[in-house]
Design a protein around this ligand. Sequence first.
Ligand code: SAM
Ligand code: SF4
Length: 327
Amino acid sequence: MSLIDSYGRRINYLRLSVTDRCNLRCRYCMPAKGVQLLPQDGILSFEDLLRISEQAVLAGIRKIRVTGGEPLVRKGILPFLSKLSRLPDLKELVLTTNGTYLGGMAEGLREAGVQRLNISLDSLKPETYARITRGGRLSDALSGIEAAEKAGFPPHKINVVLMRGVNDNEIMDFVELTRERAYNVRFIEYMPTGHSGNWRVLSIPGSEVLERIAQRHLIEKVEPTEHSGPASNFRVRGASGTLGIISAVTGHFCDGCNRLRVTASGVARGCLFSGEGVDLRPALASGTDALLRQEIRNIVQAKPAGHEMRGGRAFPPVSFHMSAIGG
Ligand code: SAM
Ligand code: SF4
């Protein structure tokens, strides 16, 4: 079984948000006062999330990324992940986290069958980290990263959202990190969301980041692998790790997009920047798995060719907070 959209793209990757809650308040992700949270009963139960995943895999999904909000703040996440990892035909189960809870959970995640981690880490300086996350402690994230390595996870992907004048003075520090560790450090362009009126001032084009690195280091292109995702990857000569550039604003990867998203409230979306969504709750309530599978096919069929962010010319047509959708 496979999911092919109306533009011939094969959709085999589901980003599943398990909560809109988070212990941090990253300034690029949500406003200072936080966001209007879903009521407790507005968040899908693990049972429903599992049903959606099961039907998505039956329809053709082969990779699931669990995200949020912060997925590790949700009670019962480990048993849920264990069940998810046992879905027949699911080839990859991966998770995106801010890393701050990994200290106590990395081993459990490994045992639950999570194969790889993407960890958000926007600064290597405690004050800047606290400023970006509005109060987070860098030491929590770093010890979490360490614990995940000890637990046997393969080298992490480290996500860095660069903001001009905030953390772009650390680009070279992150480059150094790839000499010391075999991480894939990915610089992500700041994307406009519901509250980020000044995003144009803050967002740094990936091409500029690469140029700044190339002025100081000899870099070589790394051939894409099945795990590269939308990043163009490079290596500073001699480094064990790699650098990724994710040009989410100035470039676009719509032509090769293989993603489907499901929010914690059960809305399936074909595109981050499209208002189109299908509420899966009626199909869940009907108890009919075939209907659920059909709704998943419907949203794949409704997936737009691309979004208006192509070339960074327009504001997104819909306003949202990244913590509500899962990034
Ligand atoms: N809490 C987890 C974390 O921070 O990794 C998972 C959820 S978070 C919404 C997923 C990803 O979205 C993170 O890597 C984060 O850096 C990214 N993100 C959030 N807001 C963004 C924005 N405005 N532009 C670019 N990336 C963003
Ligand atoms: Fe929380 Fe992740 Fe958003 Fe930061 S990026 S506020 S850690 S959901």
